[in-house]
Design a binder for this molecule. Structure first.
Ligand SMILES: NC(=O)c1ccc[n+]([C@@H]2O[C@H](COP(=O)([O-])OP(=O)(O)OC[C@H]3O[C@@H](n4cnc5c(N)ncnc54)[C@H](OP(=O)(O)O)[C@@H]3O)[C@@H](O)[C@H]2O)c1
Length: 320
């Protein structure tokens, strides 16, 4: 089984999955209220984050995803601290705030490099599109950073198929591939299959990085209508309420049945369902070493085409 792949048409060799480090770090002051911390509740402290880095690298999962915005820089700082001197691939995102303008791009880049303590960023992603930002103009700035050796591969996030094409074409004029588009994708969020994103990725040779691949923990099977997840977002958003938890129980049952054949958990099967598509790269979030080690097990088995199809069929209601 090939555990490494190339990120889109870039030169970056990456594992078939990464680790989401959104909830890591020790923010101070107002940053403690940032959604990266409050949505699901933060990670379990620096020693568990260190352990998550170590076990992931040991398992061959050396790609870590963060963003300048997460906890107002605290997540990037922590990832930089924990990975210093290690053979890792760092994917991060800009901007750090909502008032971003294209001309601030070089400053954003320098601030991120300083927080990570690195000379270059492996994958630098525009976090979300914004009507005030002209994509070709932005991509021109990013291309300058690639030429200066400060960015190795270029990505976007939360871009539609049309926006991706715009970025792809602008970068192509400078001879640089658009390597990835990071969007929400899981068995419980199959929108990329119907909104053209997955098709455009396939056509243009772009990797789809799947965020929230465990649907914020729902696909691990540990939550039920009687045992609801904690964290501000998971208490208020409808996709985590009792009704939603009831609706997913048949999916969890199927994940469990398939997983039992391979001695794998529902979460591992849910991550594997994404990995079975060669252009998809999931980045499950881990709060501690055990979760990171569990998730990396998704690299150690395969699903049959029939099992992939059964899971796709059982989640048709989430394909919208
Ligand atoms: N580009 C974007 O706009 C964007 C948006 C969101 C996320 N992301 C990225 O995607 C990454 C992952 O997404 P996500 O954190 O939203 O959702 P996720 O990966 O679907 O779920 C992560 C949560 O599931 C639980 N979990 C993970 N592994 C587990 C295991 N083995 N056993 C039991 N529980 C486990 C943990 O929470 P509990 O233990 O509390 O249940 C963890 O915080 C983020 O870290 C971030 O890098 C990007």
């Amino acid at each position: 089984m090939e555990h490494k792949t190339t990120l889109g048409k870039s030169n970056l060799r990456v594992p078939r999955m990464g680790v989401g480090a959104m909830v890591w770090g020790d923010p101070k002051g107002l940053a403690r209220l940032h959604p990266a911390k409050t949505a699901y509740g933060g990670a379990h402290g620096i020693e568990e984050e260190r352990r998550a880095v170590e076990v992931s690298i040991e398992a061959g999962v050396n790609l870590f995803d963060t963003a300048a915005m997460y906890s107002m820089g605290a997540a990037e700082r922590r990832l930089g601290e924990l990975t210093r001197g290690k053979d890792v691939i760092i994917a991060t995102k800009y901007p750090s705030g909502f008032s971003f303008r294209v001309e601030n791009f070089p400053k954003e880049l320098e601030m991120t490099l300083a927080r990570l303590g690195r000379d270059s960023i492996d994958l630098y992603q525009h976090h979300y599109p914004n009507a005030r930002i002209l994509i070709p103009e932005l991509m021109d700035r990013v291309a300058d950073a690639v030429e200066a050796g400060k960015v190795k591969a270029v990505g976007v996030s939360n871009y539609s198929a049309e926006q991706m094409r715009e970025a792809y074409e602008a970068l192509a004029k400078r001879g640089i591939p658009l390597a990835s588009n990071q969007v929400e994708y899981s068995l419980l969020h199959r929108k990329p299959e119907v909104d053209g994103t997955l098709d455009a990725c396939r056509e243009l040779g772009i990797t789809l990085i799947a965020y929230s691949p465990l649907a914020g923990g729902m696909l691990t099977g540990k939550y039920s209508p009687q045992n609801r997840p904690g964290g501000f977002f998971r208490r208020i958003l409808p996709q985590y309420n009792r009704k939603a938890l009831e609706a997913i129980q048949p999916v969890i049952k199927l994940l469990r049945e398939i997983g039992d054949k391979y001695s794998k958990t529902p979460g591992q099967v849910a991550i594997r369902w994404l990995i079975e598509n060669p252009i998809v790269l999931p980045i499950p979030g881990a709060k501690n070493g055990k979760q990171a080690a569990d998730n990396a097990e998704a690299l150690k088995f395969s699903l049959t085409a029939e099992e992939v199809e059964m899971l796709s069929h059982s989640t048709m209601a989430w394909r919208k």
